[in-house]
Design a protein around this ligand. Structure first.
Ligand SMILES: [Zn+2]
Length: 742
């Protein structure tokens, strides 16, 4: 083990010698990489003066069949063309077709056989499900009942409209459809049902359940890139009126405001629901005993219809079950009081009644502080096994105790984290409505960053997984053939969680803490949220706004962290310790020594790099300033005064190397002989003239005994062995991990 480590050190020092100056344009402006600003998207990062976006309003009724697990719906969509272009056809998304038998998702899913394979894995390879998935489109007509020509291409449907829809006009049309709901236990899915075999009841988490308008915008035209799996959704804003018919004993949680609570709730439930709106802690609206009683005697022949409306949302999802326990409380956010609510089967308790609504409250508070005040009337967390998935005002979250109700810290913090994360998605991408089909990081990365802020600010000693710089070190120093830039289309991302969640979250954290400072960062980040709330931002709008609002050139940062795969590894190549030569502290003495040359005496040159401070300092000579340094100026500096001022100081000339390629600020900790420490921060621009090597002199009154880089691990520096002078035998991260395990 020891020998091996020596070898690595040796190799590293070889690498650091080979720094022939190579110009990689790390500080060049993004210029041609970013789209040219125009009247729709301005150079400052704000929406341009002619910015436009489409509107899609929905009127939907849907029935859930609890006996056959099917959805049957009909909708009227009113589409408003705010673009300057006439549209002769409209594209809709048929996401359920991803689960059709002939789906391209299944055709392009890679698979392989190993020596030993679980039956469930074999079932996944053979698709031995007997499940008939995908939308059955039963009708596409105008509002008069005239059939509209339409063509389905996998997960997209084109509807031809008789006369082109001109700029500023609206068009209404109707679609009837049905589909078989999928069993989520069989294969990973963002929606579907879960069967509870002990009582025979279901929890339905229903999403991507109606034909939805695709986005038409100034960047892509129609965003009709097929839905394969990884790349999520791009959706326009609109208003929704939705009627959901379910068995009479079901409780429904959905996007929007419940319009007929008096009809669908019992008198007691209704009263508790009203009380919850002003309560400071969760009020149980439907208790576990009520839910358990319903499980035992399900209603099979009666239905009730729950009516919801939602304004300015990009989607609509719901969850329904007779198993639901329901609690709620109001959250004061300035002049608004949205309702934080949780719905969960008894299988989620006691974890869910303790932590879910509380996490929703904390999330709304923290995110509102960093972005905009939460604008919607409700924020709902629903317990669903083994997923975390977000929709406007509602999300589905994992975290289930063992059968006896006990749970580990891992289960508890996993559950709180997923609730924060999915509720946080209300802000990114539901309100700040980025294109998930194209850019995963714009919602997942920004959201993971604020998830971390919430964990840090709202909980004590929270075991955060993503956000800290140190959390991304092993990913970034890994094999580059498995790493792609953050700026990669969703479908092609490798190491999904690290690429689109962990790395952007850590990058933003470094930007906030180390590069911009919280004050400048928070203002700019909030400005981005303000500018793009209820609009469709693109990456350049974010990059530009962060600079526009802070006066910090961040092009090098976006280039390195978002467009590249380099990692941070700065090192100390050498340190030279100097003092002014004692015998020549006065100008007079030096004047008599005409052999001196500017820059010190020949014997001062060190043949070998010093490896520690043991050899003492080297002396250098200061000579009177030659007249040629003054040019035309007639005045003169006080040579002797300058020498006197610095005669007792220590000069440390440090040569830093950029081994990882990703330019980064240099954070240097000096430890003095008297045991005190001092940290100096050098901005990343020190690398702008030479991207591989930088030498700088540090002047100290006290003697330095130790120099270390990034002492608090805030820059994601991947190799710590080269961060010390004198060199330290630093434990590798693996060894540290092994030691912590003990
Ligand atoms: Zn997410």
């Amino acid at each position: 083990m020891k020998k091996y480590k020596r070898l690595i050190l040796l190799l590293m020092s070889t690498v650091s010698i080979s720094w022939a100056q190579e110009y990689q344009q790390k500080f060049e402006q993004l210029g041609t990489i970013l789209p040219t600003p125009n009247s729709y998207r301005s150079a400052s990062g704000r929406p341009g003066h002619e910015y436009w976006q489409q509107q899609a309003d929905y009127d939907i009724s849907v029935t859930l069949d609890d006996l056959n697990q099917t959805i049957t719906g009909s909708e009227t969509i009113t589409y408003t063309n705010n673009s300057p272009d006439p549209l002769s056809y409209l594209w809709l998304q048929l996401d359920q077709n991803k689960r059709a038998k002939n789906s391209n998702t299944y055709k392009t899913d890679k698979s392989s056989i190993r020596n030993s394979l679980s039956a469930k894995s074999l079932q996944a390879i053979t698709r031995d499900f007997n499940y008939d998935g995908g939308f059955k489109i039963n009708k596409v007509t105008d509002t008069e009942g005239n059939a509209l020509a339409h063509t389905t291409n996998s997960t997209m449907m084109r509807i031809e409209i008789p006369n082109a829809l001109n700029s500023g006009d609206s068009y209404s049309f109707e679609i009837d459809w049905s589909y078989n709901i999928n069993d989520r236990m069989l294969e990973k899915a963002r929606s579907g049902y879960e069967l509870f075999p002990e009582d025979g009841n279901y929890v339905y988490t229903i999403a991507q359940w109606f034909p939805r308008m695709a986005v038409y915008d100034d960047v892509n035209g129609w965003q009709n890139k097929q839905f394969l799996e990884q790349g999520e959704f791009a959706l326009p804003f609109g208003d929704y009126d939705v009627e959901i018919t379910v068995p009479a004993d079901h409780i429904v949680a959905a996007t929007g405001t419940l319009k007929n609570s008096r009809e669908v709730l019992s008198k007691e439930e209704y009263d508790r629901f009203q009380r919850a709106k002003t309560a400071d802690e969760p009020v149980i609206i439907v208790s576990d005993s009520t839910a358990i009683a319903k499980e035992k005697a399900p209603v099979k022949d009666k239905t009730s219809t729950w009516k919801f409306s939602a304004e300015n949302v990009r989607d609509f999802a719901f969850a329904t079950s007779r198993k639901f326990i329901w609690d709620a409380q109001g959250v004061l956010i300035n002049d608004k009081r949205p309702l934080a609510m949780s719905f969960y089967p008894k299988e989620g308790n006691p974890l869910w009644e303790k932590h879910s609504t509380e996490a929703v409250v904390k999330t709304l508070q923290t995110y509102s502080k960093y972005t905009i005040d939460y604008p919607y009337p409700v924020a709902i967390s629903v317990h669903a096994a083994s997923i975390g998935m977000e929709y406007p005002m509602i999300c589905f979250n994992f975290g289930r105790p063992d059968k006896d109700g006990t749970y580990s810290d891992g289960v508890k913090y996993g559950m709180i984290s997923v609730v924060i994360h999915e509720v946080g998605h209300n802000f990114f991408p539901m309100i700040i409505n980025s294109d998930e089909r194209q850019w995963t990081w714009m919602d997942e990365g920004l959201n993971s960053f604020l998830q971390y802020r919430t964990e840090v600010e709202q909980y004590e000693n929270y075991p955060s997984k993503r956000g800290p710089a140190s959390s991304i070190v092993s990913y970034m120093s890994g094999d580059k053939s498995y790493i792609r830039p953050i700026m990669t289309n969703s479908e092609q991302i490798l190491q999904f969680g690290n690429n689109a969640y962990g790395k952007p979250a850590a990058a933003l954290n470094i930007l906030r803490e180390t590069i911009m400072g919280p004050e400048l960062f928070d203002y700019a980040f909030k400005e981005y949220a303000r500018r793009w709330a209820f609009k469709h931002p693109m990456p350049a709008d974010f990059f530009r706004t962060m600079e526009d609002a802070s006066a910090i050139d961040l092009d090098w940062f976006w280039r390195g962290w978002f467009y590249g795969t380099d990692h941070v590894d700065l090192g100390i190549d050498q340190v030279k310790w100097y003092r002014i030569k004692q015998s020549e502290k006065t100008v007079e003495r030096q004047l008599s020594n005409k052999k001196q040359k500017v820059g010190g005496r020949r014997e001062n040159h060190q043949a070998e790099k010093p490896s520690d401070f043991e050899g003492g300092f080297t002396e250098f000579t200061v000579v009177p300033t030659d007249g040629r340094y003054y040019g035309e100026f007639l005045a003169r500096v006080d040579d002797e005064g300058i020498i006197q001022n610095h005669s007792d100081q220590n000069f440390y000339e440090i040569t830093f190397t950029n081994n990882g390629g990703l330019v980064s600020p240099i954070i240097i900790e000096f430890t003095y002989k008297d045991g005190t420490k001092e940290i100096e921060k050098i901005p990343a621009e020190i690398w702008r003239m030479n991207e591989q090597v930088a030498t700088k002199v540090f002047v100290k009154e006290k003697e330095v005994v130790n120099i270390s880089l990034d002492p608090n691990g805030e820059t994601a520096d991947t190799i710590s062995e080269n961060n010390f002078f004198p060199k330290k035998d630093v434990k590798s991260r693996f060894e540290q991990f092994k030691e912590n395990e003990k």
